[in-house]
Design a protein. Sequence first.
Length: 303
Amino acid sequence: MITYRCDIFVNGDISLPRDRGRELAATFADSLERLPVGYAVRVGPSAPEYVPLISAAEAAGRAVLVGSGTADEPVAVELALGAEAPMPADPGPLLDPVFGIGAGFWTSGTTGNPRLVLHTYQALSYQAEATASLLRFSSVRWGVSLPLDHAYGYSVANLARTFGSELHWFSPTSTKKLARSLAAGELDTLDTIPRMWKFILDLARRDPAVMRGLRGLLLRGVGGQLLAPNLALAFEQADAPLNDGYGLTEAGPNVAINVSASYESGSVGRPLPGTELRVVEGELLSEKPVGLSVAMAKWACMQ
């Protein structure tokens, strides 16, 4: 049974009401259940079908492979753990179809060649629950101007589909529509990159309604790029501090968030509940309480 409770907005307009989204997810699930065992579905950054598709994949016991190509259309993909990938002594649910894996993400490749990282359903569920616990809210009007075929964008969509209410997605070129939604008070949160935040602040300084909307957000999430200290300071001086954080694709991606309730200037915040951080030989290690992430896999498109 599919639990679906999210209205989808694209560039400020209702695009997929939750009743229609639930019907679409059920249709997707019927198709996905007919995939051969060991296959996942590859998805691109399309909206609004993105959220029903990932909900359907979970209901059908199939994984989604996020950001593995340029096509928006779902494509069946064979997944198999590579020889280099570590297998636990007791694989447990990993022996289920598609090894119990819920999603696969490509790393950005900033520190080497891009790698495919696989996360179990348990790990994805933990990410949503722990992030909401740290934020101290869940069912809200989630705003995001990020590619959904990236771990950061996926994490916001995962919160919206898990806890419900609304997901407002804005393309990178729809800055004026995003500003109008802020001015109208249509968003409770917004996650985007520093460059977009700079543009929003410039608009807010000229438009009091945009500034009110900006200050009224419960979360001003920032990531995907390094947050410059001068930009962080500018938002603090505008009484709308950015909620920076730390994360990486291999970790789910959220590790820590500088949330409003415990905001500290110049910090990436506190770890998610249940996440432990240790420094070993100069390396920061993150340990989660549940799930498994595998940083190597091989895949091939179904002919």
